[in-house]
Write a protein that binds this ligand. Structure first.
Ligand SMILES: Cc1ncc(COP(=O)(O)O)c(C=O)c1O
Length: 198
């Protein structure tokens, strides 16, 4: 029978691992910088809607939801069907910033649904797929447009682990993890509004 556990809630300790040897390969080969797997020590096999399943057949309610990015849940049927169809038709899956019909379709729809009804005369930039890519792009854009170099950041704000994002992270613990020299590089261009000690 399926057991129900909770991911991303105060009860996450209920998933403390009982799988021992199954985790050996991760311990032995994967970098020490890995993080979330330490909070959720299970080896997952499937994900559907609100649920994750591990290799022992346990079911978990996933409150973590990919740190909040899985707005439609895991593998929502409509998205899954379109994705499978796209792959079956050999749709382009890597194109850097080249032009593809998939991007054309997206741009047309975005303009129709989001921009035009709001009278927004905006340009669209496609950064890499991570949050920190978007933050880096925003930092560069702000500097370019304003011509200024200083950026303010707030206590405990988290923006990602690349250099620029780390430099505007108002939490000394997070910045320190990459070595102080890394984040110190941009210190001249920063004004932190963190409380003392952060
Ligand atoms: C507010 C915020 N900004 C940026 C990031 C960085 O995103 P990524 O890990 O995809 O680079 C995160 C990640 O948790 C975030 O919560």
């Amino acid at each position: 029978m399926m057991r129900r556990n909770f991911i991303g809630s105060d009860r996450s300790e209920t998933v403390r691992n009982k799988q021992g040897s199954n985790m050996e390969i991760f311990e032995r080969l994967e970098s020490e910088v890995r993080g979330y797997c330490r909070s959720f020590p299970a080896v997952f096999t499937k994900a559907r809607g609100h649920a994750l399943f591990d290799e022992n057949g346990n079911e978990y309610i996933d409150f973590f939801a990919g740190a909040g990015v899985l707005n439609y849940g895991h593998n929502p049927p409509r998205l899954k069907a379109r994705l499978i169809e796209y792959l079956r038709e050999d749709g382009v899956t890597h194109s850097l910033d080249m032009m593809t019909t998939a991007k054309e379709t997206f741009l047309r729809r975005f303009e129709e649904v989001v921009l035009r009804p709001r009278g927004m005369d905006y340009k669209i930039q496609f950064p890499g797929p991570t949050g920190t890519n978007a933050v880096e792009a925003a930092l560069k854009l702000a500097r370019k447009v304003t011509g200024r170099t200083e950026v303010v950041s707030f206590t405990n704000g988290f923006h990602g682990m690349t250099l620029g994002s780390l430099a505007v992270t108002g939490n000394a613990g997070k910045r320190g993890r990459r070595g102080n020299s890394a984040s110190a590089r941009h210190q001249h261009a920063l004004r932190r509004l963190s409380r003392p000690g952060y």
